[in-house]
Design a protein around this ligand. Structure first.
Ligand code: FAD
Ligand code: DLZ
Ligand code: SF4
Length: 534
């Protein structure tokens, strides 16, 4: 893509190498596509915005093809929109002849081209990239200003103060602080709307037959996206995932139109059916906003404000709106706080000493456990699975089976279009694997086939029976659940929230426990490990 200078005209080839000394070079990353980003806020005449597609970011884990296409297309459209405003954007495409393949390489090349007086960046979403930015300060002969990412509602200091004030990190209390800070769904300083902070109890219904999720609007690829799709197919066609029927919004305008559709059409059903799963319905009433928020095309605050306005106008019920706002100012902010508070050693936590390799079918989808097959196939097709599939199907299976946290983490980072380490890692290590020893989860989210049967229609088309507890034909989640509790008795038995299942386990005969252990090892030892994951 040619450079787009002030005035929006592409620079002539002859101009491109000509230094523009004295201004600021603002380096904007692929998940920083927000016009009000801290590093874009005070641009002046003579400043340059650098954006770069680099192979290192696409391959340090081998991201899902759809995720790469989404980001590259969103980046190109964002660069075009800045250019149309008259901002001078230096955009390096993946297939540019001299592309060095890394952020550091592209920054160095841009410094030589533009000879700015300083570099400005907004802090990144991953520890590894922050380390890179800090090294620029040491290695480059130029001031590098790393600014706060104030698209998040809680600053690092806010989270540190909260963490200091409490014995255990718990989302619920942090969330109440965020409600007070933002004023969302508040009727007075300490008065939540309808007298309750949390309506989660009303959000656990399976989807009854006859209720159909709404059809989604499509955003068919334009010429720019088609070009990116062809590039990704050529360069990353051997990565996991499909590019077929790509229909994500990739511009700010389309993202806003999609948000408007969600608020009007799907939000009212979001709360009640938040935990439900139905075969062939990847989205149900979920928002599919995570990718748009995480890359910056939408702000978390504007999403919450639109939802609150729908509640105040009587267009969406409190359990839907509170549930949605809690996911964003509660879970999303909390998870980010945990990441930065606990890194870098958080990445290596493995409290349950889990070492089993991730099975090959996580990449192929070839399994006769129907709930896993459906969730993996949808993940492959869409780079998306909704929260309950990620948590209670895939995550629960990883926990019960004792898969190595590093492999599970990498899988989640690769396969979802909304995955960046700050959000993927605590969800994987803390929420599903209990690898951080319950840093923020009061117990592991372990469940038998009963839960999946209650919340979905997957079991009806499965080779296994959720009602059968042992032997051939029994749902593997059933014996894996008890085997997990048995295997981790030493570490988990003292958890008072697990008192009931441990009491049940304690009443089981030796012969029954031996059958559970036998069924579990027959099943787990029969899994084919992934030889080349990702
Ligand atoms: P909705 O169900 O419509 O929820 C609304 C919004 O709330 C989401 O868009 C998201 O911004 C936010 N949200 C909800 N739950 C969480 C959460 N636990 N953490 C952070 N934000 C949350 N989310 C990511 O954005 N990126 C990830 O890499 C990611 N990895 C996950 C891994 C595991 C193991 C689990 C259990 C959850 C993960 N999540 C992740 C959280 C959540 O599953 C996704 O945000 C959600 O499924 C995205 O779909 P949606 O936009 O339709 O969400
Ligand atoms: C995920 C990703 C990919 C695949 N490619 C790029 C890229 O080429 N250029 C870019 O600026 N950002 C990319 N990203 C997002 C970065 O990985 C992300 O900005 C960092 O991980 C920090 O969160
Ligand atoms: Fe999943 Fe078990 Fe139901 Fe099969 S029977 S779909 S494995 S929960």
């Amino acid at each position: 893509m040619p450079e787009i200078p002030a005035g929006g005209r592409p620079r002539a080839e002859a101009d491109i190498g000509r230094p523009q000394t004295g201004g600021t070079l603002s380096f904007v990353l692929g998940d920083q596509l927000s016009r009000d980003l801290s590093s874009l806020r005070d641009l002046r005449e003579g400043d340059v915005v650098l954006m770069a597609e680099v192979s290192e970011e696409a391959t340090y884990v081998r991201h899902h093809q759809r995720k790469i296409a989404f980001l590259f297309s969103a980046m190109r459209h964002f660069a075009e929109a800045l250019g149309a405003e008259g901002i001078h954007v230096d955009y390096v495409r993946l297939d540019d002849e001299n592309n060095s393949g890394s952020f550091s390489g592209e920054l160095r090349r841009a410094l030589a081209r533009h000879q700015p007086a300083s570099v400005v960046v907004t802090e990144p979403g991953e520890w590894r990239v922050l380390e890179m930015m800090k090294a620029w300060r040491e290695d480059l002969d130029i001031p590098v200003d790393i600014r706060r990412d104030d698209r998040f509602i809680a600053s690092h200091d806010d989270f540190a103060a909260y963490a200091k004030s409490t014995k255990a990190l718990r989302m619920e209390y942090f969330y109440r602080e965020m409600r007070r800070k933002t004023g969302y769904l508040m009727e007075g300083p300490d008065q939540p709307s309808q007298g309750k902070w949390n309506f989660d109890h009303d959000n656990r219904e399976p989807l009854p037959k006859g209720i159909e999720p709404p059809a989604r609007p499509d955003f068919p690829p334009d010429a720019m996206t088609e070009e990116v799709l062809a590039l990704v197919a050529t360069r990353f066609g051997n990565h996991f995932g499909s590019l077929e029927r790509f229909d994500y919004p990739v511009t700010r305008e389309d993202a806003l139109a999609y948000l408007g559709w969600f608020i009007e059409t799907a939000l009212p059903g979001f709360g009640t059916y938040q935990d439900a799963m139905r075969q062939g319905e990847p989205l149900l009433f979920h928002s599919h906003l995570s990718g748009l928020i995480n890359c910056g095309l939408l702000g978390p605050a504007e999403c919450c404000e639109r939802a609150e306005a729908a509640y105040r106008a009587g267009e969406a019920p409190i359990n839907a709106v509170e549930g949605f706002i809690r996911q964003i100012i509660g879970w999303r902010e909390f998870i980010r706080g945990v990441y930065w508070h606990e890194m870098p050693d958080y990445a290596t936590r493995n409290a349950l000493h889990a070492t089993r390799p991730l099975p090959d079918f996580f990449w192929t989808g070839e399994t006769d456990l129907n709930c896993l097959k459906q969730s993996i196939e949808e993940t492959r097709a869409n780079a998306y699975a909704h929260h309950i599939q990620r948590l209670m199907v895939l995550g629960n299976f990883c926990l019960l089976s004792g898969f190595d946290p590093r492999e599970v983490q990498e899988w989640y980072l690769v396969v979802y279009h909304d995955a960046y380490e700050w959000v993927e890692m605590p969800n994987v290590l803390g929420m599903i694997l209990y690898a951080d020893d319950g840093l923020f989860a009061s117990k592991p989210y372990a469940a038998s086939g009963n839960y999946i049967n209650k919340m979905s229609d997957y079991c009806g088309s499965c080779a296994y029976s959720p009602a059968k507890k042992e032997g051939h034909g029994a749902c593997p989640f059933n014996y894996l659940y008890w085997d997990f509790l048995d295997r981790n008795r030493g570490r988990l038995k003292g958890n008072h929230r697990l008192a009931q299942p441990y009491a049940t386990l304690g009443r089981m005969s030796e012969a029954k426990i031996a059958t559970i252990r036998h069924d579990a090892s027959r099943f787990l030892d029969g899994l084919t490990p992934s030889s080349d994951y990702g």
